[in-house]
Design a protein around this ligand. Structure first.
Ligand code: COA
Length: 344
């Protein structure tokens, strides 16, 4: 009979885990600020000045979140040279699942043919991609799964009130994905992650009806309660505070300063939020990966989409230290520091 582990015995050394490949997908339809001018009382100038956004992608009626997720997943698996049948776990972070259940990861699994993966849905709004990366990383680190496919995907256009100018101009649809694997010998991969939440502020950004609190009914639909509601100004303030703090903590845990970071990938909610974080961290604007002008806020897809773009266009290179930082409904927030390892 084996003896129980001694309580003071240190845990086995964790093995470093890295992003081994990434992918992204956006729907074809472009919705510009000028298009929005024809839909609500707004202007291209107001939207650019207050948010930095110029256009966003909108999924077709027949396209659901899993369709976007699937395309991003295929590209990520290709770049990580991982066959679908060898995937150990799939996490899909989204607040716009195809259905309340089954979880969207199961739908992606079936179409990928990733029959050995277990599948989990994750709801942390715009922080979902970082939440998914951290939870999957810990499972890969312990050897519970050999690898993981983490996807952030959203069809935000499905939960927007297209008559509410204070929200409908801000969001877009898309998907970003990453494959996690044990890091190659001698490489570090993900160095540190910090995650946090504050549920006491849940009503600043939420979707009132359609869940068990207020099941969908003719009355909730008539009241527009199946659309996202947001108190933008308050959300703005909390987003800046928490993202800056999370970034500092993640850097501290990695034993690094902001000067060591080559690229910051912030959640793409608003160019002014990104600028405010840069100021607080003392990080020049040219070290931020920014695509909010082309995609708007794609919620859980945002960081994966920006990461993939910057890897594919050659800005992020092997050995670069990258800081990812997010904030979203809940509230939820997170930051992660990693050494980029270029897939070969
Ligand atoms: N076009 C024109 N005017 C608009 C508008 C639009 N699309 N949306 C709102 N306005 C108006 C408001 O009605 C308000 O008018 P009023 O002063 O007459 O009442 C005015 O613009 C200013 O509104 P305010 O809310 O103070 O603007 P703001 O500078 O805070 O910018 C947001 C609004 C939503 C862009 C900004 O608060 C924001 O980005 N918040 C965070 C959103 C976010 O990140 N959400 C997701 C979190 S992950």
């Amino acid at each position: 009979m084996s003896s129980p582990p001694h309580p003071s015995r240190p845990p086995p050394p964790a093995r470093p885990v890295a992003i081994a490949g990434c992918g992204a997908h956006v729907p074809a339809r472009v919705l510009t600020n000028r298009d929005l001018e024809r839909m609500v009382e707004t202007s291209h100038e107001w939207i650019v000045e207050r948010t930095g956004m110029r256009e966003r992608r909108i999924a077709a009626d027949h396209e659901a979140t899993s369709d976007l997720a699937l395309e991003a997943a295929r590209k990520a698996l290709q770049s990580a040279r991982l066959a679908p049948a060898d995937v150990g776990m799939i996490a899909v972070a989204t607040i716009t699942p195809d259905h309340p259940f089954p979880n969207t990861a199961c739908l992606v699994q079936s179409r990928l043919g990733a029959r050995h993966a277990f599948c989990v849905g994750l709801e942390a709004a715009c922080s979902g991609f970082l939440y998914g990366l951290e939870m999957a990383r810990r499972l890969v680190e312990t050897g519970a799964v050999p690898n993981a496919l983490v996807i952030g995907a959203e069809k935000m256009s499905a939960i927007l009130d297209w008559k509410d100018r204070s929200t409908c101009v801000l969001f877009g649809d898309g998907a970003g994905a990453a494959v996690l694997k044990p890091a190659p010998a001698g490489r570090r991969g993900i160095l540190s992650t910090v995650l946090g939440s504050d549920g006491s502020l849940a009503d600043l950004l939420y979707l009132p009806a359609g869940g068990s609190r207020r099941p969908a009914s003719a009355a909730t639909v008539a009241a527009g309660e199946h659309y996202l509601r947001m108190r933008g100004r308050e959300v703005f303030r909390h987003a800046v505070t928490h993202m800056a703090q999370a970034a500092r903590t993640a850097l501290h845990r990695a034993g690094l300063g902001i000067q060591d970071i080559r690229w910051v990938i912030p959640h793409q909610a608003n160019l002014r939020i990104i600028a405010a974080i840069g100021e607080r961290l003392g990080c020049p604007a040219d070290r931020f990966i920014i695509n909010v002008e082309r995609y708007g806020n794609t919620s859980a897809a945002s960081i994966g989409l920006a990461l993939d773009e910057a890897v594919r266009d050659g800005r992020i290179r092997d050995g670069d230290l990258v800081l990812m930082v997010a904030f979203g409904a809940g509230f939820t927030w997170g930051a992660s520091v990693l050494e980029w390892i270029q897939p070969t």
